[in-house]
Design a binder for this molecule. Structure first.
Ligand code: UGA
Length: 443
């Protein structure tokens, strides 16, 4: 089946590669010439496990194409995915200018029936806007080529994007029409992912659009709830890790997404919680729970800094902190809204120097902050420890889970660890002579 994907970002590229892998003929369109040229040479703009070989194999097999030529892309696919970005605008609402620009371009050039699929995370009502923009553009052209708009939100996680896309838990399809001309192409597209068990959940468009936000906001709520409990646990002399196991064993609660930490980050949760708050406010509803989720997360990102200043004092001039983990979570080089950024910026403001190491995000930290005297980017986690006053952990990379504690002790000026991801057993660290601060576990 011929498919076109507008936007070669995280969602667009992974989706395109996976669709090509199961045999579809996929053309990817992006306005960024540099990105398109690089992809043709096999240079993938993001780090995502399994993605590079998938892109390369399918590109070489001629099932995956990259171009800036929108007209060619529109001629190519019966299905036209919109997977461009929806960044937050000044007030936190999702900015839809790129989505509507693609809708307009499709309507300007289409000559046969198209099913336009919103893949980007877009506020409720966006499909109506896309339909309106397309109808107006076609009318201006004096054309009556038919088209349909479908909402098909993406649920992949960074770091596991290829696997999530290959084996989706659900495929949500929002359509206001049950005509065969809309549903059949969508069924055919997802057939390879649906063989043993139908994962398609059909609903109206607005419900599909809200499903995406509701899913991310529910997950963010679980995290903020646990972070609030971790603060209480600390003050009440309880251990949040015991509490986590205690409540997770209730199958109605479950073990997923109840890990306390130094706050959630990334390109999705912070943006989507904020966008749903704005949507609610625009229609005159005060979403108190979502506002609290956001507030708790904001405060939690300062948690490690509070622990550090309680220990070392407010003035950190002359102090050096070894930082393990810059990415907002493991298996990605993405530092968008990462807790490490709040941590570093606060440490710098207090006069400290940071010696940072991350297995993937070293180029990203340099791209964001450039050269500065108070940021030393180190090649290994051991090198990042040398001569530092304490070790701070922001991301739970596997390679940080079982370090050589003698090396840590020997390299640091004092054996002090601030752990934002609860990687170690406090008792064991204490016995090894460390002063160990974690989240919600006392000290
Ligand atoms: C999230 C959702 O999990 C995906 O289902 C969704 O498709 C995606 O957003 C999106 O909208 O595109 P992602 O942002 O890649 O995926 O990352 P997550 O694995 O959800 O982690 C988000 C943040 O929550 C990370 O900073 C992580 O450290 C934090 N987190 C996660 C916790 O602090 N505790 C937990 O128990 C779980």
């Amino acid at each position: 089946m011929k498919v076109t994907v507008f936007g070669i970002g995280y969602v667009g590229l992974v989706q395109a590669a996976v669709l090509a892998e199961v045999g579809h003929d996929v053309m990817c369109i992006d306005v960024d010439e540099h990105k398109v040229e690089n992809l043709k040479k096999g240079n993938i703009p993001i780090f995502e496990p399994g993605l590079a070989p998938l892109v390369q194999q399918n590109y070489e097999a001629g099932r995956l194409h990259f171009t800036t030529d929108a007209k060619a892309g529109i001629a190519h696919g019966t299905i036209q995915f919109i997977a461009v970005g929806t960044p937050p605008d000044e007030d936190g609402s999702a900015d839809l200018q790129y989505v509507t620009a693609v809708a307009r371009t499709i309507a300007e050039h289409m000559t046969d029936r198209k099913v336009v699929v919103d893949k980007s995370t877009v506020p409720v009502g966006t499909a109506d806007k896309v339909r309106q923009v397309m109808a107006t553009t076609l009318e201006k052209r004096g054309s009556n080529v038919p088209f349909d708009v479908v909402s098909n939100p993406e649920f992949l996680k960074e770091g596991a994007a290829v696997a999530d896309c290959m084996r989706p838990e659900r495929i949500v399809i929002g359509s206001d029409s049950d005509s065969k001309e809309v549903i059949e192409p969508i069924r055919e597209l997802y057939e390879p992912f649906n063989r043993n068990h139908d994962r398609m959940i059909m609903m109206d468009i607005r419900s599909a659009e809200l499903t995406k936000y509701a899913a991310n906001c529910m997950l963010a709520t679980k995290i903020s709830f646990m972070n609030e409990m971790s603060n209480l646990a600390e003050m009440l002399g309880a251990d949040i890790e015991k509490v986590r196991q205690g409540i997770g064993s209730d199958s109605r609660i479950g073990y997923h997404f109840i890990y306390p930490g130094c706050g959630y980050g990334g390109s999705c949760f912070p943006k989507d919680v904020q966008a749903l708050i704005r949507t609610a406010e625009h229609i005159g509803y005060q979403p108190k729970l979502l506002q609290a989720v956001e507030q708790v997360n904001y405060q939690q990102k300062y948690k490690l800094n509070r622990l550090i200043s309680d220990y070392f004092g407010e003035d950190l001039k002359g102090k050096t902190f070894s930082l393990w983990g810059l990415a907002f979570k493991p298996n990605t080089d993405d530092m968008r809204e990462a807790s490490s950024r709040v941590l570093m910026e606060q440490l710098w403001q207090a006069g400290a120097t940071v010696q940072a190491y991350d297995p993937e995000a070293m180029h990203e930290v340099q791209r964001i902050y450039g050269q500065r005297d108070d940021l030393k980017v180190m090649d290994t986690k051991e090198a990042a420890l040398q001569g530092a006053d304490a070790l701070v952990i922001c991301t739970e990379w596997q390679s940080f889970r079982a370090p050589d504690f003698d090396i840590i002790k020997g390299a640091l000026k004092q054996p002090v660890i601030f752990d934002g991801r609860n990687l170690f057993d406090p008792e064991r660290l204490k016995n090894r002579g460390f002063t160990y601060y974690a989240i919600g576990r006392g000290s």
